[in-house]
Write a protein that binds this ligand. Structure first.
Ligand code: AMP
Ligand code: MN
Ligand code: MN
Ligand code: MN
Length: 283
């Protein structure tokens, strides 16, 4: 099945509105879709309504920022009740420090001669509670500092580079807990992106399981075929369900379009097998 269970709208750091994403997913042959905005469920109703109107089955989703072993880890929640009060409170708390962080990011960029970054990034923000590094990256491209947003993340906004501000996100326990008590299934997003030692990665997967986490992204926009093979093994080792999602943000920035991923390895059990009762289906 062509499931795409990870992408972003303008409600977080994507450039398309939820309705445009639904239309793009449908046009690209997606058969099960989830919008997973960072730390936010504000676009869920629009995404769901647009998907169902197009005849596209939908799973409510989000992607929660977590701090684990001094690194940022992303946990995707699928099949959540987006109206759940405890989930919404947890996400609001997780979003809480973003504005102050953005002010400090702009101060850090000003020190290397890049002025006006806070106001510049804000021009790209549609949700005032969700100023992200991606919005700064768009400003740095617009000002000619870098040629594209991927180049920005090599020279700026990452540890040891101008514009980087360390930040404490949610705990792994809380993120998995919010998702699970809201009826959803927690998934470790794009595991190949984290700079963990083997010991730290083992701790991440073990603790994730102990908190009730159920899945891992195996096929995703930032994974090579080798990464997918490696995390297919990890899924089996930890008895986790496998997820698949492009992590699409923008037609101008994302290498992997909605619905254009490789299939999941057949030896794995897909997350949607366990999420059948949570899928919203067209009438
Ligand atoms: P934030 O939540 O504000 O720390 O921003 C994280 C977002 O920045 C991610 O969700 C990506 O959209 C983007 N990002 C981070 N690292 C990279 C990278 N190396 N290349 C492209 N985008 C990145
Ligand atoms: Mn993002
Ligand atoms: Mn992510
Ligand atoms: Mn993402």
């Amino acid at each position: 099945m062509n499931a795409d269970l990870h992408c972003h709208s303008a409600v977080s750091d994507g450039t398309l509105q939820p309705e445009a994403l639904a239309a793009r997913a449908k046009a690209n042959g997606v058969e099960l879709w989830a919008l997973t905005d960072h730390d936010e469920v504000g676009g869920q109703r629009r995404a769901r309504d647009a998907a169902l109107a197009l005849g596209l089955p939908y799973l409510a989703g989000t992607e929660i920022s977590v701090t684990f072993a001094d690194e940022t880890v992303h946990i995707v929640g699928l099949g959540i009740d987006a109206d759940d009060a405890a989930l919404q409170a947890g996400l609001a708390a997780t979003r809480g420090g973003r504005r102050q962080r953005a002010i400090e990011m702009a101060d850090s960029l000003a020190k290397v001669g890049i002025g006006g970054a806070f106001e510049g990034a804000l021009k790209y923000v549609s949700n005032p509670e969700l100023i992200s590094r991606t919005h700064f990256a768009r400003f740095l491209v617009e000002s000619g500092v870098c040629s594209d947003t991927n180049a920005v993340f090599r020279k700026y906004l990452v540890q040891g580079r101008p514009g980087y501000v360390p930040h404490r996100w949610a705990t792994l326990r809380n993120a998995v807990g919010w998702i699970t008590q809201a009826g959803g299934l927690a998934v470790i997003a794009h595991p190949a992106r984290y700079k963990f030692s083997a010991t730290e990665e083992y701790a991440l997967f073990s603790e994730f399981k102990a908190h009730g986490g159920r899945g891992v992204e195996v096929v995703t926009g930032s994974h090579s075929a080798a990464d997918a093979a490696r995390y297919a093994d990890t899924a089996l080792e930890f008895d986790l369900l496998a997820s698949r999602g492009s992590d699409f943000h923008s037609p101008d920035e994302s290498y992997t379009d909605l619905g254009s991923l490789a299939p999941l390895p057949t030896r794995l059990t897909p997350v949607w097998v366990a999420l059948q009762a949570r899928i919203e289906r067209p009438a």
